[in-house]
Write a protein that binds this ligand. Structure first.
Ligand SMILES: Nc1ncnc2c1ncn2[C@@H]1O[C@H](COP(=O)(O)OP(=O)(O)OP(=O)(O)O)[C@@H](O)[C@H]1O
Ligand SMILES: [Mg+2]
Length: 254
């Protein structure tokens, strides 16, 4: 069953950049999906449209049976998003921000405290709980963004480069939380990352987007088989082989 259906989606920015050129994608409910591609490929634009932050030019998107442009409030309850460049109120504490978020999503006072406590522990933010967010380290800010995205227990979680700046232990803890949401609770995960070993380890499905065009959609396994960088080659080896072959073609043709 499809969780996210995207048909002939287009987006261009003022100034002429065609960020998305007729994108069609299908993401199954409960899958762990990696959206991969070089800097400027259009990943954040696509995630921004799915999470109601960016308006599309043309095409259709349905998430959990809802249209993000027409049923924005329902979509915002259905999904959670830790975006690449979120702002945090510098004068507030992680505990308060998590509580406020819970209240915004309709949790009762006590429930919002309990949920905040639970997420603080899950993401290892106990020592930062009552510090002003302005004083948090970069990695701890990323953890807090991810915790905030989960307060209302979304069915689809968008993670745009979530582990940038996290130390190895924080990353391990983070992936433990995310994979258990995916495996145990059936939450659909939509990950963009440049750390391909994370996609290799956790994602089953992927799409490769380059210059606003989908070059591949299918299982990570099928991508490796298609590119064929070698029997034991990692996703990164295969990605590099594929993207280098494109650059060579461009060079030869130009
Ligand atoms: N607000 C904007 N105004 C104009 N152009 C934009 C805007 N946001 C993105 N772009 C352009 O659209 C294209 C796609 O950008 P996008 O941020 O979606 O890429 P990305 O795949 O997320 O890249 P990265 O890996 O660097 O995060 C790029 O050419 C970018 O410069
Ligand atoms: Mg991006």
């Amino acid at each position: 069953m499809s969780e996210i259906e995207i048909r002939a989606l287009k987006k261009h920015y003022k100034g002429g950049v065609e960020a998305l050129k007729t994108i069609t994608l299908n993401i199954e409910r409960g899958s762990f999906f990696a959206l991969l591609g070089p800097n400027g490929a259009g990943k954040s634009t696509l995630v921004g449209i799915m999470t109601t932050l960016i308006r599309k030019d043309a095409g259709d998107i349905i998430i959990g049976g809802l249209d993000p442009e027409k049923e924005t409030a329902a979509i915002q309850r259905y999904i959670g998003a830790a975006s690449q460049e979120n702002e945090l109120d510098p004068a507030e504490t992680p505990f308060n921000l998590l509580r406020f978020q819970g209240r915004l999503f309709g949790l009762h006072y006590a429930e919002s405290r309990e949920r905040a406590e639970e997420l603080i522990i899950q993401f290892g933010l106990e020592n930062e709980k009552h510090k002003k967010t302005a004083s948090l380290s970069g990695g701890n800010k990323r953890r807090l963004h991810c915790a905030l995205a989960l307060v209302h227990r979304p069915r689809v979680l968008f993670l745009d480069e979530p582990t940038v700046g996290m130390d190895p232990l924080a990353r391990e803890t983070f992936w433990h939380v995310i994979t258990s949401l995916n495996h145990k609770d059936g939450v659909t995960i939509m990950l963009t990352t440049q750390y391909l070993e994370e996609a290799d380890r956790h994602a089953s499905e992927m799409a490769l987007i380059i210059d606003g065009t989908i070059h591949f959609q299918g299982t990570v396994q099928a991508f490796k088989q298609n590119v064929n960088a070698g029997d034991d080659a990692s996703l990164e080896d295969n990605y590099l082989k594929y993207t280098k072959s494109l650059n060579n073609t461009k060079y030869i043709n130009s």
